[in-house]
Design a protein around this ligand. Structure first.
Ligand code: UGA
Length: 469
């Protein structure tokens, strides 16, 4: 098929590349000349493991990139994968979606049937809005010349290629039968893994690949739009829940890692998304929970569970700062080293990360803050120019003369530091590992005061006696 993906960000660039790999002639369309230029020179416009390789292999063959909307004219399917940032009131800002819809409307071919696919996370009802904008701009009839469907994206940054080529499920919301059939054809090779064996040398996945085939789930447009929000909010609730359990485990002297493992053995619960952290963050969960809450309030249907998860997440950021304060007594004039600025490893995405909140709180109570991240420093600095922090070349520079070393993002490279050098270079050899990721035994053997979250360590053994009620 002839596919166009509007947007070359975290969703559009990966989706476009995937369809090109699977044999569809795919054009990534973006108004940003720099990103388009990068793709045309065989480079990825974002940091995503494996993506550079695929773009350099397929560009000019089945993959194309352009700033010119006229490519819409020949498209069978047009994906919309543009940004939907939050407005100050929490609702999604649809200005980029509307611009894309107008662009599509201006170039739609009256002599063929085109399916427009909302891939961006958009509020329920957005497909109708896109449809009416296209109808108005083009003068063409919905469900005659074109149809708008919803196909929410569930990929995780850092694992995007695995998630796109080997998804758990593909959700298609289509209210027009013909559009549903076009989508089924488009996804045929992906669902049935056709051509995968021949292309396997192209797939470079840094993680384990699942063996099960994806479920192809068809529903109506609004339900598909809702599935995306309900899924992200559920995952946010799940993480907030385990983080709350971690706080209680710590007081009681239980070990949240064992608790999460024991819970996850129940297939109804599952073992994923039960990893403690300093709170969830990033460009999706905060934005999507905010939009869901704003919508629920608008319609008088309060989502108290989601609301509590958001509140609990703020408490988790505070909990980390309090832990450092407790350990260092006063933070005034102390130096805190932060490892990890991105919201999770294997991405350069530093939008709305827990690091910005935690660092801001540390600075407010007088701490000097040194930071490092393997991929996210440039974006973090650009987005947080108000934060007076020292950007360091590596983790060793962060540790030197620090009173505390706080791991916020569990990048693999932080597990293999020269820990004996770190130990002797720190003013106080104290480590707070908010992901329970580092080798506790090794660090304690070297003499570090090591604290995790929700686990007992020599620094934290819980209450001396748990009182039976
Ligand atoms: C999330 C969803 O997982 C994707 O399915 C969805 O497609 C995407 O949002 C989106 O809406 O575009 P992503 O934001 O890339 O993906 O990151 P996640 O891996 O979900 O992590 C989100 C946050 O939760 C991170 O801060 C991460 O560190 C934290 N997290 C995750 C935990 O604290 N514990 C966990 O067990 C898992």
């Amino acid at each position: 098929m002839n596919v166009v993906c509007i947007g070359s960000g975290y969703v559009g660039s990966v989706t476009g590349t995937a369809f090109a790999v699977l044999g569809h002639k795919t054009t990534v369309l973006d108004i940003d000349e720099k990103k388009v230029g990068l793709m045309n020179s065989g480079k990825s416009p974002i940091y995503e493991p494996g993506l550079d390789h695929l773009i350099s292999t397929y560009i000019g063959k089945t993959l194309f990139a352009t700033t010119d909307y006229s490519c819409i004219h020949d498209a069978d399917v047009v994906f919309v994968g543009v940004g939907t940032p939050s407005k100050p009131d929490g609702t999604a800002d649809l200005k980029f979606i509307k611009l894309a819809a107008e662009g599509i409307g201006r170039h739609l071919n009256p002599n063929q049937y085109t399916v427009i696919v909302n891939k961006s996370t958009v509020p329920v009802g957005t497909a109708d809005l896109v449809s009416s904008i296209i109808e108005e701009t083009s003068g063409l009839k919905p469900n005659v010349h074109f149809a708008v469907v919803s196909n929410p994206e569930f990929l995780r940054e850092g694992y995007a290629l695995e998630d796109v080529f080997f998804p758990d499920r593909i959700v298609i919301g289509a209210d027009h039968e013909r559009a549903g059939l076009v989508m089924k054809n488009l996804y045929h090779n992906l669902v049935n893994r056709i051509g995968y064996a021949e292309k396997s040398q192209d797939f470079i996945f840094p993680h384990q690949i699942p063996v099960t085939q994806p479920v192809y789930f068809e529903t109506d447009v609004k339900s598909a739009e809702m599935i995306k929000y309900a899924s992200n909010a559920f995952l946010a609730v799940k993480i907030s829940y385990i983080n709350e359990m971690a706080r209680l485990c710590e007081v009681l002297g239980a070990n949240v890692t064992s608790v999460a493992t024991g819970m996850g053995l129940d297939s109804r619960i599952g073992n994923k998304f039960l990893q403690v952290s300093s709170g969830w963050s990033g460009s999706c969960f905060p934005k999507d929970t905010a939009e869901l809450l704003a919508t629920s309030r608008k319609y008088g249907c309060e989502l108290t569970v989601v609301e509590a998860a958001v509140e609990s997440n703020v408490q988790m950021h505070n909990f980390v700062v309090d832990k450092i304060k407790r350990r260092l007594k006063s933070l005034n004039g102390k130096t805190v080293g932060i490892l990890g600025l991105t919201f999770k490893p294997n991405t350069d995405d530093a939008r709305k990360t827990q690091a910005s909140v935690i660092i801001n709180d540390l600075i407010n109570v007088g701490a000097r803050v040194k930071v490092h991240d393997p991929q996210g420093m440039e974006m973090f600095q650009a987005l947080n120019s108000n934060l007076d922090v020292q950007y360091c070349e590596d983790a060793h520079q962060v540790a030197a003369n620090s009173d505390a070393l706080v791991l916020l993002t569990h990048w693999d490279e932080y597990n293999v530091l020269r820990w004996n050098e770190v130990f002797s270079s720190m003013k106080q050899p104290y480590i707070l590992d908010t992901r329970n990721f580092l080798n506790q035994a090794e660090l304690q053997a070297l003499g570090f005061a090591y604290e995790g979250v929700g686990i007992t360590t020599s620094e934290n053994t819980g209450v001396s006696e748990v009182v039976a009620v």
